[in-house]
Design a protein around this ligand. Structure first.
Ligand SMILES: C[S@@+](CC[C@H](N)C(=O)[O-])C[C@H]1O[C@@H](n2cnc3c(N)ncnc32)[C@H](O)[C@@H]1O
Length: 393
């Protein structure tokens, strides 16, 4: 492969980009309703033209583009057709994704719903447009129960759909899951029954308590409790306790015996000036544990929120099954439950941010964005679905 070659998806017509006449958006006051000061927009028309028209005012402004294009499954739904030829579908998506990228703010995200009819092609296409380094994750959504088959004569049952998530640029930070920090896991307590034998190991003062000289009890977590951590795997390189165990305590079973507790002074970031380690309990075992107190930082900041990663699987089969008339809008074929959009927007946007859905369908993204205090723009081609406030001319 020569140096100039790159991995890319090709298809018939890829080199033909749509040529667009400039369009402007004009409000149709007869169809406008609600808060006159609202900047939110419902646009009726083809989304490529609409997105191009938005570029003038909104380039670099959209925090979250949450789109749900037709999946190209070959079905004809009541409100739209979903059977574009593969290459046409790729060109259609490519042209719109390029403009969507221009509309995203530097700290913005795009989340694109899809299923496995085109999901893998869409991933490669999005890699090309947004760059592979900006791919963040694919969220896998359970949309159907195993026993609820779409059609009896199908060999394969589609239970899972996907959402590919990209950021516009390095540095865009999603909102992680937050929970109030608690002492729940600090629920081990060491009782010293007899004094240990003092020695020095790895340059640190250590008291060695033989089996029977101590007891470890488990009860309710508290600021005085300890968290039990196995000193194995990446922990052995990952922090000072893991490294101490690896470098100085591993292999001491010969001289200290089984079931020993080591009280090591001058290690750790908690309020204790020592940390307990246990050696192997049974002949032939090598692993041990250590017992960490509540970090000083957590003790000093009791209101601290802890973050956990964004999960990439949601079981929403129940919500998908019940969402057909959610929001009093009956829309068959592709309607998403509000709970899914709420999760996406909570991770990838903040109150006041602009959210854009250029395949709006029944309006779920706009409805949820509105409820969550985001500003929003929705674009939809279908006649019966939208009550337009702005039209393309
Ligand atoms: C899968 S549905 C979206 C459903 C939506 N997420 C919901 O919860 O109701 C896709 C929608 O994209 C619309 N659409 C397809 N091509 C379009 C285009 N070129 N411009 C604007 N809308 C388009 C279809 O009419 C359809 O309503």
């Amino acid at each position: 492969m020569s140096k100039t070659q790159r991995l890319e998806l090709t298809w018939i017509g890829k080199d033909k980009q749509s040529k667009l006449e400039p369009r402007i958006l004009i409000e149709d006051p007869e169809k406008s309703y609600g808060d006159k000061n609202s900047e939110n927009m419902l646009i009726h028309g083809d989304n490529l033209l609409a997105l191009k028209a938005l570029e003038q005012d909104f380039a670099g402004q959209i925090k979250c583009a949450c789109i749900d294009p037709p999946y190209n499954t070959g079905n004809a739904f009541e409100h739209y057709d979903d059977g574009l030829e593969h290459s046409l579908w790729l060109s259609l998506l490519r042209d719109r994704l390029i403009v969507l990228k221009n509309l995203l703010s530097p700290d913005g995200f795009i989340c694109c719903h899809i299923d496995d009819a085109e999901g893998h092609y869409l991933k490669v296409l999005m890699d090309e447009i947004f760059e592979r380094s900006n791919y963040l994750t694919t969220l896998y959504i359970q949309v159907r129960y195993p026993e609820k088959t779409l059609k009896q004569d199908m060999d394969y049952h589609k239970e899972i759909e996907q959402i590919h998530v990209y950021r516009k640029k390095y540095g865009a930070k999603p909102n992680l899951n937050e929970k109030q920090s608690s002492f729940d896991k600090f629920n081990f307590y060491v009782e010293e029954l007899e004094p240990g034998v003092e020695t020095t190991i790895g340059g640190k003062k250590v008291a060695i308590l033989k089996k029977g000289y101590y007891r470890i009890v488990q009860k309710e977590g508290s600021a005085l409790g300890l968290k039990e951590i196995w000193a194995t795997g990446t922990i052995l390189d990952g922090n000072s306790s893991g490294r101490f165990f690896r470098d100085y305590l591993t292999g001491r079973v010969e001289q200290d015996g089984l079931g020993v507790l080591y009280k090591v002074y001058g290690i750790g970031d908690d309020s204790f000036d020592y940390r307990y380690f246990t050696g192997p309990q049974r002949a032939g075992a090598t692993k041990g544990k250590y017992y960490q107190g509540v970090p000083k930082f957590q003790l000093d900041n009791p209101d601290l929120k802890q973050t956990t990663p964004i999960e990439n699987f949601y079981d929403l089969a129940g919500s998908f099954g019940n969402c057909r008339t959610e929001g009093s809008v009956d829309f068959r074929g592709g309607k998403k439950p509000e709970i899914l959009i709420q999760r996406i927007l909570s991770h990838f946007s903040n109150p006041g941010d602009w959210v854009l859905d250029s395949f709006l369908g029944s309006g779920t993204t706009a409805a949820v964005a509105h409820k969550m205090g985001r500003r929003w723009i929705g674009i939809e081609l279908g006649e019966r679905i939208v009550i337009p406030t702005a039209c393309l001319v």
